[in-house]
Design a protein around this ligand. Structure first.
Ligand SMILES: C=C(OP(=O)(O)O)C(=O)O
Ligand SMILES: [Mg+2]
Length: 403
């Protein structure tokens, strides 16, 4: 019933106004799935290759579509993703593009779910998934800079983390309230601020002031809602790293790798950070291990550019104790099967997986279902902005069984 009858691909707009790949998968029984690839700005060096969308679409039409149509069942995700790998023939999707691959992979999953009449999270995660009992806590970007907003903070993301929220809905609204509170505090101080690529405020303030603001905003909202609201960071340290000089550059301020570890460890304790992503550059497995040894008992040290959702890099990290958490971005690796493998390897080894959006997004909601299907503790998907709230609203619907 889920035999793939057609796959079509097109260029659509992402949230930055750039073109991205959208795929439609139709099965012989009329099951339908549509999905679009997101796109990063602070991309890791070891990510699967995103091709210009026109090229990716042409290559997928030539190599992947003929292998899928009338041959592969959308309901068998491993077969779909094996066909995509077979059509590509490289180990980084540089032939058909990880953007085409991930769009087809996700669209096929949705078509498979459609035929079964099951919500996508249940098709992917099994019938015992219950989003009401354990839901992923959304991490909401409330202040940001780095590659997502020039002339703002050096640290890329300050993320509200409503860890005590009793429901995903209350968590999502708490993040929106923190975002609003930060806006009010900036206003009171007469600091003008536009928004970065993920909807976070992007004021021209230094990182120290951003810590102070976000702490005040999360405390204020925690008092209002009556549950614990902490915060976390995506340092995106590879973007600050000057490999020639061997230092992290925060504007005029430099930090050696040892100073960077001390700095982040102090931040964890001073602000009781719930989560720290990419505190060190993407090749520093040993630095990640040292920081994890120091503060990993009280916060998540998460590898994004370090692991790029790749099981080989994750295995290397597990061997040396680099991080206690992995960020999962399906387009970093190209298929849902590969993303699942990374989650499962992490969970088998006691690491937490955190599912994530990209800075360039669409209204696609697959990651909300992926987060519930894999039972992860956190999903990083912004606080405000239509392409961000699309995922949050889908999580609210999933919790209510209204998808
Ligand atoms: C979401 C992120 O940004 P981008 O999509 O630009 O890599 C990130 O670095 O975690
Ligand atoms: Mg990151």
């Amino acid at each position: 019933m889920t035999l793939i009858a057609s796959v079509s691909l097109r260029r659509v707009l992402d949230s930055r106004g750039n073109p991205t790949v959208e795929a439609d998968v139709l099965t012989e029984s009329g099951g339908f799935g549509r999905a679009a690839a997101p796109s990063g700005a602070s991309t890791g060096e070891y990510e699967a290759i995103e091709l210009p969308p026109g090229e990716a679409i042409a290559a997928a039409r030539q190599h992947a579509v003929p292998r899928l149509v009338d041959s592969v069942h959308a309901g068998n995700q491993r077969d779909v993703d094996a066909a995509l790998h077979g059509a590509d023939g490289t180990d980084d999707f540089s032939e058909i593009g990880a953007n085409s691959a991930v769009a087809v992979s996700m669209a096929a999953a949705k078509a498979g779910a459609d035929v079964l009449g099951a919500p996508l999270f249940q098709h992917l995660g099994g019938t015992f998934r219950d989003a009401d009992r354990s839901f992923p806590v959304p991490l909401g970007n409330v202040v940001g800079g780095g590659e997502h907003a020039k002339e703002a903070t050096h640290i890329q993301e300050f993320l509200a983390a409503p860890v005590g929220a009793p429901s995903v809905s209350e968590a999502a609204f708490a993040n929106a309230a923190v975002h609003e509170a930060v806006g009010d505090l900036l206003d009171e101080r007469g600091v003008p601020a536009g928004k970065g690529d993920e909807g976070a405020w992007a004021p021209g303030i230094d990182d120290a002031e951003a810590f102070e603001l976000v702490e005040e905003a999360t405390d204020r909202v925690a008092d209002e809602v009556g549950f614990e609201v902490r915060f976390g960071l995506d340092v995106a340290a590879s973007e600050l790293w000057d490999a020639d000089a061997g230092v992290y550059r925060y504007g005029d301020r430099e930090r050696t790798p040892d100073e960077q570890i001390d700095y982040v460890a102090d931040l964890v304790d001073e602000y009781d950070l719930a989560y720290v992503e990419d505190p060190l550059e993407e090749d520093d497995f040993d630095g990640f291990a040292e920081l994890t040894e120091r503060v990993g008992d009280r916060t998540l040290i998460c590898g994004d550019d370090l692991f790029v959702t790749n099981v080989e890099r994750l295995e290397r990290g597990i061997d040396v104790g680099a991080g206690n958490s992995i960020l999962i971005k399906p387009n970093q690796i190209g298929t849902l099967s590969d993303a699942f493998d990374a989650v499962e390897l992490a969970q088998r080894n006691g690491l937490d997986a955190v599912v994530s959006h990209r800075s360039g997004e669409t209204e696609d909601t697959t990651i909300a279902h992926l987060a519930v299907a894999t039972d992860v503790p956190f999903i990083k998907t912004g606080a405000v902005g239509g392409e961000r709230t699309a995922k949050l609203n889908e999580l609210i619907r999933i919790a209510e069984e209204a998808v």
